[in-house]
Design a protein around this ligand. Structure first.
Ligand code: EPZ
Length: 418
């Protein structure tokens, strides 16, 4: 087991290269299963979840060739077998192979993913989407068994509430369904729009990407394709908070401000300066921080994946901040750990009242999920003395070389192995 030893109190200064988005890479790797022609993806992040997805594709018989930042998946010889529970248990995004396998082979079985630290994480909307395209779904022995022996046919999918993953399942299935599919109340996250761009590069016909209504003309033959993954807005937002919480200045090369609008607005209201440069974004915090209220929402609202990071920042701001989490039902696992560092936070249902002005003091803390873990690292950067963040495998699932990138900008961090 590895842990990070952080000596706080050092302002960060320098540049950080923002890598490709994990949450765009995962669905696009799954999309490679749709086609017998190779798909090459560039700008893939080197993180554990992406490596797990590539291992899963090989489990299905696809060949995955990684060469200088590009990965080519050749799924011509895929054998349609079940995704085993031990892979699904480790990574919920495995559910994303269900749509492509069903669309291509008329049948797919995937272990039903359980819940995780941030919530029950049901997949009912994924199954609703597939049913709308002519699929028979059965649940047996903990597995989802999806069948469409005559192939999928286009239809209308109306989501009661937007879901990133379910929209991605709907898109990938619709690409091979006969006829037109209309997806209503689709998720508008940039990663969904990037999946659409990848599918179009593969030969699909899609309009409305990034809007709440997407139309797919299915049944087109898919071709060999190449696509560049968009930059990771969550990684960018995380380093923006790192600059702000240490009173430093970081240039986030490759970051796009338009993907961080709601987060950027909240940071500016808190006293952080953000401006575009010809290489990406500059983030600086010259003066004092102010408490700001936020509510997480589906895109383009404030990203739930940056809630924990923003909360860490608010613990040292002047005044109070009310933080409401509306996307997941249990995404405050970082609160008791931040409190161990001296933060003053009161939980009430889906809201956290952060009473700012804390003087954070280093202590051993426990990582629980990807974004909660990084909020503890951020708080450790500002805390007096040493903070030890345990179970950093959570971090490595979604952040590429986080500790090395921070050390290059002036942080004092050691990665210790038990
Ligand atoms: C994606 O998860 C991301 N993961 C999450 O990032 C992100 O937090 C989330 O979208 C919201 O933006 C990947 O893209 C791999 P949802 P996803 O379906 O697709 C409920 C990270 O830290 N729901 O948009 O699972 C669900 O429980 C991760 O990088 C259903 O009820 O999220 C949640 O309350 C964490 N039924 C809400 O919808 C369903 O069938 C939004 O979930 C599906 C979802």
């Amino acid at each position: 087991m590895e842990r990070l030893l952080i000596e706080g109190g050092h302002r960060l200064e320098g540049a950080v290269q923002i890598v490709g988005a994990k949450n765009a890479a995962l669905p696009q790797l799954a999309a490679a299963l749709l086609s017998p022609e190779p798909l090459t993806l560039t700008n893939l992040p080197d993180v554990a979840d992406v490596r797990s997805m590539m291992t899963l594709l090989e489990h299905y018989g696809a060949t995955v060739l990684a060469r200088s930042g590009a990965v080519t998946v050749d799924a011509a010889a895929v054998v349609n077998r079940e995704a085993p529970y031990d892979i699904v248990r480790r990574m919920r995004a495995t559910i994303l192979v269900l749509g492509p396998l069903l669309a291509r082979f008329g049948h797919a079985r995937v272990s039903q993913p359980g819940g995780c630290a941030i919530g029950a994480r049901p997949v009912d909307l994924h199954l609703k989407a597939l049913s709308a395209l002519g699929t028979t779904i059965a649940l047996d022995g903990g597995s989802i068994d999806a069948r469409a022996p005559d192939g999928l046919r286009g239809g209308r999918i109306l989501f009661g509430s937007p879901s990133v993953g379910a929209t991605e399942t709907a898109l990938m299935a619709a690409v091979l369904a006969r006829g037109e599919t209309e997806i209503m109340n689709a998720a508008r996250e940039p990663e969904v729009a990037d999946l659409c761009a990848c599918l179009v590069a593969m030969g699909a016909e899609i309009e409305g990407a990034g809007t709440h209504r997407i139309l797919v003309q299915g049944g087109r033959a898919l071709r060999k394709a190449r696509h560049e993954i968009l930059p990771d807005r969550v990684e960018a937002g995380t380093y923006a908070v790192a600059a702000a919480i240490t009173g430093g200045q970081l240039e986030l090369t490759g970051a796009r401000l338009e993907h961080l609008a709601a987060v950027g607005e909240a940071l500016e209201a808190a006293g952080v300066r953000i401006w575009p440069t010809d290489r990406g974004l500059m983030v600086s915090r010259p003066g004092r921080l102010k408490g700001v209220d936020i509510t997480t929402e589906p895109y383009p609202g404030f990203s739930t994946d940056l809630q924990a990071q923003f909360m860490a920042l608010m613990t040292i701001a002047d005044g109070a901040s009310m933080i409401r989490e509306t996307v997941f039902e249990n995404r405050f696992m970082h609160v008791p750990e931040l409190s161990r560092l001296g933060a003053n936070i009161t939980l009430q249902g889906a809201s956290a009242m952060v009473r700012g002005g804390a003087v954070l003091r280093g202590a051993p803390v426990m990582a629980t999920d990807l974004r909660a873990s990084v909020s503890l690292v951020l708080a450790g950067l500002a805390a007096q003395g040493e903070t030890v963040v345990n179970r950093v495998y959570h971090l490595d699932r979604g952040y590429e070389c986080l500790d090395k990138k921070l050390v290059r900008c002036g942080a004092r961090i050691q990665r210790l192995r038990d």
